[in-house]
Design a protein around this ligand. Structure first.
Ligand SMILES: [Zn+2]
Ligand SMILES: [Zn+2]
Length: 344
């Protein structure tokens, strides 16, 4: 089993994975790191989590030495008060969750994560993701092909994705799809995968989960032409790392903006400004785990429970309470993905 699994974290944040059972897949040959470039991703800039006042959520009889943030805290009484959160983008199908997924699940439930949306990087993942949805009732998922997974795009891929989406009402989105010109320069090849997936989302009336890295302009050109023709799906710009001006352009197209662990990185000033500026009804929070663990766990394997750290940082940037950000981001995720009311 070990020979099927190579993981290099955090230096390259590149994960190469394969399933032990058929169908095998080699997993994402991509990285989701350092949206701000290598300097911003340096682990040397680890800093304290955002200054928050956990005392508002700590019971009166709690120990005097309160943790510096709720995401570091675990007392049972405190957990009960945590607001419901949605991790709107995760990849727990990856092999580095094989050994302790039940414990990972315990931690996301203790952190108040009531629903997870699982992203998909290529069709061979779908049976395993579906099995995870069987195992964890709070999991919903997307089907799609990542822009750096061009090697997995076949002529019948659109019909495979269509059948998978129609076969299970727990499929709540198409994705992750998009453009990534940070790692690759094959824009035309990526567009050939992007366009049929956007068509499929429109056809099935599903939102899209968009991965867009160093590619805001060509993505905007594509979405604007669709909007002009009245066939631009709704969706979310996941793991947002663009500028405030780019964010405004995607908001105009009806997109949601999802903040990940990158919003906790001290040098991510554009992302900080976006978190302050985004309208309350248009943002989500996510982990994109196992990538991009937020401060204070930066450089380690990320997991859904840590979405709490993302929400805390967004709250601090917006000058709002954690409860307010949790309520808002959860309502937004519920609306975008049409999550069942009894889930969150
Ligand atoms: Zn992505
Ligand atoms: Zn992802």
């Amino acid at each position: 089993m070990a020979e099927h699994f190579r993981q290099r974290l955090p230096n390259s944040m590149s994960v190469t994975l394969a399933m032990s059972a058929e169908p095998q897949f080699t997993g994402p040959q991509f990285t989701e790191t350092q949206l701000m470039g290598p300097a911003a991703d340096s682990t040397s800039e680890l800093s304290s989590p955002p200054a928050l006042d956990p005392l508002t959520s700590v019971p009166a009889n709690a120990p005097a030495h309160a943790p510096s943030s709720l995401s570091e805290a675990a007392p049972a009484l405190e957990r009960q008060r945590l607001p419901p959160l949605v991790d709107s983008h995760c990849h727990i199908v990856f092999r580095n969750f094989d050994d302790d997924l039940d414990a990972v699940c315990d931690r996301w439930r203790q952190a108040g994560v009531r629903a997870l949306v699982h992203a998909c990087v290529e069709p061979a993942e779908i049976p395993a993701i579906r099995a995870l949805a069987d195992r964890f009732p709070e999991l919903r998922y997307a089907v799609g092909v990542h822009p750096l997974d061009t090697g997995h795009w076949l002529s019948d891929t659109p019909s495979v994705l269509r059948e998978a989406a129609l076969a299970d009402d727990r499929v709540v989105a198409i994705g992750e799809l998009g453009l990534d010109l940070f790692r690759q320069s094959n824009l035309e090849e990526q567009l050939q995968m992007l366009r049929p997936q956007l068509d499929l989302a429109s056809e099935l009336d599903l939102p899209v989960i968009i991965h867009c890295r160093d590619a805001a302009e060509p993505m905007l050109v594509e979405l604007r032409s669709r909007a002009a023709a009245g066939r631009c799906p709704t969706g979310v710009m996941h793991c947002w790392g663009g500028t405030p001006a780019e964010m405004e352009a995607f908001l105009e197209l009806g997109m949601f903006i999802s903040f990940s662990g990158t919003v906790t990185f001290p040098k991510a000033e554009d992302t900080h400004q976006c978190a302050r500026q985004v309208p309350a009804d248009r943002y989500l929070v996510e982990t994109d785990c196992p990538f991009l663990a937020p401060v204070p766990r930066r450089g380690k394997r990320n997991e859904p429970a840590y979405v709490l750290s993302v929400a805390e940082r967004v709250a601090a940037l917006r000058g709002e309470s954690l409860e307010q950000v949790a309520r808002t981001s959860t309502a937004n995720a519920q609306r975008l993905f049409r999550l069942p009311g009894d889930l969150v």
